[in-house]
Each structure stands twice: as C-alpha cells, then as structure tokens.
Design a protein around this ligand. Structure first.
Ligand code: NAI
Length: 719
C-alpha cells in the first residue's frame, strides 16, 4: 500500500455516542463506495455487533453529501460483483436493533440502496434521492429493485428507476421513501442522533425493509404486461430488466427477486449499451481536463455578466446566469427588441412556474438578477461579456472593437458564434488574450453542451475560468480549437450535405429522419430535416452564404441547394409554418412543395431520381462522412480526444448515449469496416469534390488494425 492509499478506518469511522453506535462515512469529495469504504462499513458493523450495550445504529456521512454511488471504474472489471456490498447491506438490514440513516446532499445509486437497507430514514431539506443507474445502462444492483417498491408504490419505484431522475426531500417524504424531513439540525450526524433518540423513545424497533409488504395496491391487472411491452422498445436492456425485477418483487419472494436482480445486473453491465454509456460518462469528466490547465491555473472572478443581443440565443444565455443568481446585463440595439427579449425570458420563467418546475419566489429572484439596457457603456463593469448578435463577421468584429475599449481591464470577452473565425473576432478586440468562444446550443438555458473555443491567443486563465464556469452552469464543456463550425457544426456540415443529396435523389424528409431516429438502427433524437426546421432554415442558409463569402464551400453548384432554395422561398421551417415539412399548429406533415423543389433542383443538376434508397444507406451516408470529419478534427488537433467528440454529439446533438457517440460507434463498427464503406460510396457515388476521401488518420488506424481507444491513450500520453 502506498502512502496516498487510504485504510478502511480512514474513510469509515465507528464511534459510540452514549447508547448509540454511529457509522460516519468520510471519503471526500463524494463518499463514493470504493473498496475501502465497503471494507470500512464491514468493520463498523463488526464493532456495532460486538457492543451489545448500544441500543441502535446511526449511519451518516461527513462532508457535503451522502454516498453518491459506486465506483463506476470497477464495473469494467470482468470479475466485478456487487455481492460483498450486498452482503453488508443484508447484515445492516438484519440487525436486531434499529438502524437509522441520516441523509443530506445527494443520495444516489448505491448510496440510496444503503439508505433503503436501513430501518428508518431522516433527510435534511437539501437532500436529493435517486437511482440513476439507467443512465449508464444498468439497473440498481444492490437490491434497489426489491427494497424500493416496499417503501414507495411499485409504479413510482419503476418510474424513478426508469427515468433515473432524483427527487427532492419533500417528494421523498410524500412517497414514503423517508420518514422525516429535518429542518432543524445543521448536519446529518446531529440530525441522525436526534432522530434515533426520538424514535427510540417512541419504542421504535428493528424494521427490516425486506420484511415489509410490497406496495402494489391498486395495480391494474395488465400493468406489468403493458410496462414490459413499453420497456421492450427501449434500446437499453436495463429498462426491461428494471420492470422485470419489480414484477418479481410484487409477485414472488425477496430471495427470488435478489437472484434475478443479480443476474440482470451482470447482463446489463456487460451489454454494449452500458459499456458505451459508461464511456460517455467518463468522457464527460475527462473533457473538463485541459492539458496545461490545472488546479494551479488562476481563475478570474465572475460577479457580473453582460450579454449582447436579446434574440434566441442571447435571452437563453442570460437565463443561465440568472438561474445561479449572477447579476446580468442584457444589451440590445432598440427598445422594442429589448422588450421582446425580456418578455421571452419572463414567459419562460412563468411557464416554469405554471408547470411546477420552479416556485414563484425563485422565479422572481432570478428575474431580479436581470437588467436590460440600450447603452453599451453599461457593460463597462462586467467581468464577462458574451456576444450573441447576428452571425456576421463584420458586425461581430466591430462590436468586439468597441467592447475591447469599453469593458474593464481583465474582463473576459466571449463570442457565441457558431461557425465564424474566433481568432479574427478576437483580434478585432485589441485584447485577444481575453477572448474565448463560448458556443451555447439552442435552447441555451436547457442544452447541456458548451463548446469552449480556444483561440490562438486565449490566455490559460480565461480558458480555465470558462471551463469551470460551464460546471457552475450545469453544463458539460468541451474545448475546441478554431475552425469552421468547431467540433459539432463542422461535423454536422457533411451530415447535412448528404441529407440534402438524398433528398435530391428522391428520399423524403420523413424517410431520412425516420431512418436515423429508428432506435434499432441509430436512435438520433431528431433527424437532420426536423433539426434544421427547428433551428431555422434561414439560420442554416445564412451560415452557408457566409461560408461561401469566405471561400469555404466546395466548387459544387449543387451543394446544399435545397436549404438555399427554401431560404429564398421564405420557407424557414417551423417559424414560418413550412420548411422541409409543413406545420399545422404543432403537427408536422409532409410538405408537397418540398418534393417539388427537390425534383426541380435534381433536374437542374442532372441528379438521377427514382431508385429505391434503403434506410441502411441513409444511415451510412449520414454517419460515415460525419465520422470521417471527426477523424480529420482529431488529425488537426481541433478536438483533443475522441471522447470529446462523443460528448459534443451526445450532449449537444441528440446522438444516443447508448451508442457512445460517433467515434465510439466507429470503433464498434470496426475502423477497417468504416473505411471500406467510405470507399464503397466513393466508387458508387463518385468523388469529384472529395466528399468520400477518407481521412488520413482513419486510413492509418484502419490499416494498423488499431482502435480509437489506442488513439485516445496515445493522445493522453499513456504508453
Ligand atoms: P437572433 O437573430 O435571434 O438574435 C440576434 C440579436 O442580436 C437580435 O435581437 C439583434 O437585434 C441583436 N443585435 C444585433 N447587433 C447588436 C448589437 N450591436 N448590440 C446589441 N444587440 C445586437 O440570433 P440568434 O439565433 O440568437 O444567434 C445569435 C448568435 O448565436 C449567432 O452568432 C449564431 O450563430 C449563434 N448561435 C445560434 C444558435 C441557434 O440555434 N440559433 C446556436 C448557437 C449559436
């Protein structure tokens, strides 16, 4: 054991407090269930069992949270088993003296399963409880599926496990998951001791959860048949497994349920879906680590934020800061535009209140953080100013020129451009080291991804500050270098290109979207035509026009002509009621005008229509160029790691996490196979404009029989 390794007694302490035994888990920062913690729990239980003078046991955690779950790295080991932990939980549950659990912070996964095995539960007001295992493609593996439906109704238990969402202390109390909310005591230890004393004085005895009847009153007869059929549609096998295990809890014994849960847990853990989802989980954490930037890098203080432009993005960006209580100034050019932006923000909060997502006081407090202005001078004392004006290089440069002069020394200047040259924008400011790209995704207050674009001159403390800021905003940052469209939009460009060629060749928008949305094939949240209709065809077309001005388009007159034609026709997607589809109210219908446009354009560019295009071809034609572009992005070091690309696509573009992101999927397909299919399309479709030229890096890796994992390791400097 080296000196940094902790002993079980370092992370779990047992002490007698008068007549109570207290187990305190103290393994900062998150009290994760490592091997040491599990061994420490076993030792603590031994000590409690030895001391018969103690009347009861209190289990709680030190630090800012209760146990947030197991050590996910352990799941990768072939021999992994939850048996040792489950054994401890069984011992805890079968104590003949009452076992109390005091909760605070996040009580997640194995942490909640620990709480479920205790006899009584109290929680501080700030507590959140959940079983998020489904998010990494598994089910709760420490009897969560059997104990939860003994404390809360079986239907609620299933919903909680299928959604993976945590609930707050109030909801937990209402459902029966906890026995009391403690609004008085300052910490979990105090709370647990007082709770235990109060319960003991009322004569509380041991109450093993497994001995409680399952709460299944009023379940419709066909409940499980329907639920299983629904879960069957999920691409993640854990969904069905959860329903199955709860069904056994309802219909059979605890022991049978235990066996089934163990079996299903192991199958799910080994499934390709769970492996991919765990990859995304770790990739998100790794993405926050930027070479050259560490704990020692200074960070700038952000107390006041400025946002320029109160349009779609500006309003959404402002809400991010208002949500965490940071004073925010929103700048517009004209009063009516400012009023419109402010009204949109108010409407979003009001709708949140109506839907019960936030209370009125919180909404009011957030709105109080916002100030609208028409005076650029009001940005002078902001610590970070983010511009979200129209996607026009000259406009952004002239604005940056003024911001460079107006904003205080040391303020960070950020651009939300989705495609333009961040270095050219930075240079205009006259203080390029203060400039960074902060590419939010629409809707900006909802989408988790934040691309942080590092300019040639961006200073390390600006990068460190903005990467950390993403965490405060609840977003996942991915650092990208400067190029057209950064990681995400650059890869989306060939994806949209092929979608449009398929339209010209006779596929319908519906066929294309359905093919990539089909969970068995791919499972994208939204196909390309729906996506552009939602984002605005005008936005897409203007980006193309801007790219053309800078000489960035291929010399192909048929390049994305559908999008450009729809733009000229004023058919800008959902906002105008017609785009690739027609919109009647909220309903989406086929748009006959689109097939007419495609037919005319196909004739004009001599593109043959009428052959049958299979769904398989659609998926390959959309995915292969996107993956190929991903390899180029790695080659050029625009993205630091393949995992970063996967995070961009899963967190920002609705790419299914159970496929691990495009680069992980390429790996799963096999790189030689990816290369072979690209070459197939090169032969069958032609390659006049280089659309099907494979990236050098892909060719190299495919020829070596290497995988993308090896590339990730070599990039991170691991031998
Ligand atoms: P928008 O057209 O909805 O809003 C732009 C706003 O900026 C307008 O209200 C305009 O009046 C205002 N504005 C223009 N010049 C200004 C100035 N000098 N001072 C103050 N306000 C000014 O556009 P949107 O969609 O919000 O896009 C803004 C930026 O965000 C663009 O660079 C775009 O590429 C980028 N972006 C857009 C996304 C989208 O899905 N719409 C996604 C990610 C980035």
């Amino acid at each position: 054991m080296n000196s940094t390794q902790k002993r079980p007694s370092d992370v779990v302490r047992f002490e007698a407090r008068e007549t109570l035994g207290v187990v305190l888990i103290d393994s900062p920062p998150l009290n994760v269930l490592t091997g040491q913690v599990i061994a420490g729990l076993a030792d603590a239980l031994d000590a409690f069992e030895r001391d018969r003078s103690l009347r009861a046991l209190v289990v709680c955690c030190a630090g800012r949270t209760f146990v947030v779950g197991g050590d996910l790295h352990a799941l990768d080991s072939a021999e992994f088993t939850s048996a040792p932990y489950n054994h401890i939980l069984a011992r805890l549950e079968s104590c003949d003296r009452p076992v109390f659990c005091a909760l605070h912070g996040n009580v997640l996964g194995g942490g909640l399963e620990l709480a479920l095995a205790c006899h009584y539960r109290v929680a501080l007001v700030d507590t959140r409880l959940g079983l998020p295992e489904i998010k990494i493609g598994v089910l709760p593996g420490s009897l969560g599926t059997q104990r939860l439906p003994r404390l809360i109704p079986a239907q609620d238990a299933i919903s909680m496990m299928l959604s993976g969402q945590a609930i707050d202390a109030r909801a937990a109390f209402k459902s029966g998951l906890i026995d009391l909310i403690d609004e008085v005591h300052p910490n979990a230890l105090e709370s647990g001791v007082r709770f235990a004393e109060a319960q003991l004085s009322r004569g509380a005895g041991a109450r093993p959860t497994r001995a409680l009847p399952v709460k299944a009153e009023g379940l419709p007869r066909d409940y499980f048949t329907k639920k299983l059929a629904e879960a069957e549609k999920s691409p993640v096998p854990a969904a069905r497994a959860i329903v199955e295990c709860v069904q056994v809890a309802v219909e059979d014994s605890f022991d049978v349920g235990e066996q089934l849960e163990a079996l299903r847990f192991d199958q799910c853990r080994r499934s390709k879906q769970s492996t991919a989802m765990r990859h995304v989980f770790f990739a998100e954490r790794e993405a926050r680590q930027v070479p050259g930037i560490g704990a020692g890098t200074d960070q700038r203080v952000l107390r006041k934020i400025g946002v320029v432009g109160a349009g779609t993005m500006g309003a959404g960006i402002a809400m991010n800061f208002m949500n965490i209580g940071i004073p925010t100034v929103l700048l517009e050019t004209r009063q009516e535009l400012l009023d419109k932006g402010l009204a949109n923000i108010r409407a979003t909060y009001n709708s949140g209140v109506k839907k019960g997502r936030l209370d009125e006081t919180t909404a009011r407090r957030r709105l109080e953080c916002l100030e609208g202005t028409l005076q650029e001078g009001d940005l002078a004392d902001c610590d970070l100013v983010i511009e979200a004006v129209f996607e026009d290089l000259e406009l952004k440069q002239s604005l940056m020129r003024r911001l460079g002069r107006i904003c205080r020394q040391g303020a960070i200047l950020a651009t939300n451009t989705s495609t333009l040259d961040v270095d050219a924008i930075a240079l205009a400011s006259g203080r390029a080291s203060d400039v960074v790209g902060l590419h939010f995704f629409s809707p900006a207050h909802v989408m988790r991804l934040l691309e942080v674009v590092r300019g040639a001159r961006t200073s390390p403390d600006v990068l460190a500050t903005t990467v950390a800021l993403a965490g405060r905003l609840g977003k996942v940052p991915v650092v990208s270098g400067v190029c057209y469209g950064f990681v995400g939009n650059r890869m989306a460009e060939p994806y949209m290109r092929e979608a449009e060629f398929l339209l010209l060749e006779g596929a319908t928008p519906q066929q294309i979207d359905d093919a990539v949305q089909d969970v068995l094939r791919l499972g994208m949240a939204m196909g390309p035509c729906r996506m552009l209709d939602l984002a605005g065809i005008d936005v897409g077309a203007k980006t193309l026009i801007e790219l053309g001005k800078q000489g960035g388009l291929p010399p192909d007159p048929s390049y994305r002509v559908v999008c450009q034609q729809l733009f000229r026709d004023g058919r800008w997607g959902q906002k105008t009621g017609s785009g690739y589809y027609r919109y009647v109210g909220r309903a989406r219908e086929p748009e006959p005008l689109t097939s007419d446009v495609c037919e005319i354009l196909a004739n004009e560019f001599d593109i043959r229509r009428g052959r049958t295009i299979s769904d398989g071809e659609i998926c390959e034609r959309l995915m292969l160029p996107l993956i190929n572009e991903g390899f180029r992005i790695l080659e050029e070091e625009i993205a630091m790691r393949p995992g970063d690309i996967d995070v961009v696509w899963t967190a920002g573009y609705g790419f299914p996490a159970h496929r691990g992101g495009p680069m992980w999927m390429a790996n799963a397909w096999g790189l030689p196979n990816v290369l072979d299919r690209i070459q197939h399309y090169q032969r069958t479709l032609g390659n006049r404009f280089g659309y099907w030229t494979p990236a050098k890096l892909l060719v190299e890796l495919a020829q070596q029989g290497a995988t993308i994992n090896r590339l990730a390791a070599s990039k991170a400097g691991v031998a």
